[in-house]
Design a protein around this ligand. Structure first.
Ligand SMILES: [Zn+2]
Length: 292
């Protein structure tokens, strides 16, 4: 985890499989992920060290469905169907010992977002899964009796610590780490914007409901200073076009009027036309209240 602290930065948040396989500890090879399995249980440790979720593109079904339970905590599926398999025993041992693990979450081919430390807080052999806490607060969440407030809080933590960073990485990668409007490539200034907001039912965390936008264009999109037309060109609000101001307004907004959006190469990752149309209709409605 100390090593991950050093290799993971604001600019580079993902680690490559090779880096994890080639890890050396005290002069000896010590892979941080298993060659084939999702659970890494090193022979010389009593408990599992890491869990891994394989990357799947949005049109494939994930091999392991790590769902959020009714208590708000994420679940991680056992390896296969035998609770006594050594990797599953390793997970249980991590639970009994209360030791932290690393969750490598696939965001591209052989690329993982490391989420750590995480803890196994319940073993559910009848469902062939364990419950995973992503924060010290979540460790205190009861998996059997929890109040609605606790559940909601735990669910928010699961989304903030896992789903949101995973969504961001997937969207950024699909867009080649560059703003779809101005092509800015500075990762720390890029966001994964939702086309339909995530608190709405259609606001799904699929890449096709996301856009890589720089901070300025994300804020302008969310505040209806700019809209994206169904033909994927940029529409700058008319009153913004008339204002005289500094270079950010001139180059960053006014000159982007009618610009074509850059979209991902893969069709499945491109903006969902229905979502774009729905959002654009909202943008146009918001313009009605504007004084020309
Ligand atoms: Zn931009």
């Amino acid at each position: 985890m100390e090593w991950l602290d050093k290799v993971v930065t604001d600019e580079k948040q993902v680690v490559h499989r090779e880096e994890l396989r080639n890890f050396v500890f005290e002069g000896e090879p010590f892979p941080l992920v298993d060659r084939q399995l999702g659970i890494r249980k090193p022979g010389r440790l009593p408990a599992a060290l890491s869990i891994l979720t394989t990357y799947t593109s949005d049109n494939e079904r994930p091999p392991y469905e790590d769902a959020i339970g009714s208590d708000g905590l994420l679940r991680y599926k056992y390896q296969g169907h035998d609770p006594q398999l050594y990797t599953n025993v390793g997970l249980r041992e991590a639970f009994h010992r209360g030791v932290p693990l690393i969750w490598f979450f696939g965001v591209g081919q052989s690329r993982y977002l490391p989420i750590y430390p995480v803890w196994i807080v319940a073993d559910e052999p009848e469902k062939l899964q364990v419950a995973v806490a992503l924060s010290a607060d979540q460790r205190k969440t009861s998996t059997s009796v929890s109040t609605p407030i606790e559940r909601r809080y735990a669910t928010q933590t699961s989304k903030r610590r896992l789903h949101q960073p995973v969504f961001r990485e997937r969207v950024l990668q699909a867009y080649g780490n560059s703003c779809a409007i101005c092509h800015l490539r500075h990762s720390s200034l890029l966001d994964a914007a939702h086309i339909i907001p995530d608190h709405e039912e259609q606001g799904i965390p699929a890449v096709s409901n996301g856009l890589t936008l720089c901070k300025i264009h994300h804020a302008a999109y969310d505040h209806n200073l700019l809209g994206i037309r169904p033909n994927l060109t940029v529409h700058i609000r008319s009153d913004i076009l008339l204002v005289v101001d500094g270079p950010m307004l001139k180059h960053g907004l006014q000159e982007m009027h009618d610009a074509h959006l850059s979209v991902p190469r893969r069709k499945v990752d491109r903006p969902n036309p229905e979502a774009i149309a729905k959002r654009y209709a909202r943008f146009m409605t918001s313009q009605l209240g504007q004084v020309e």
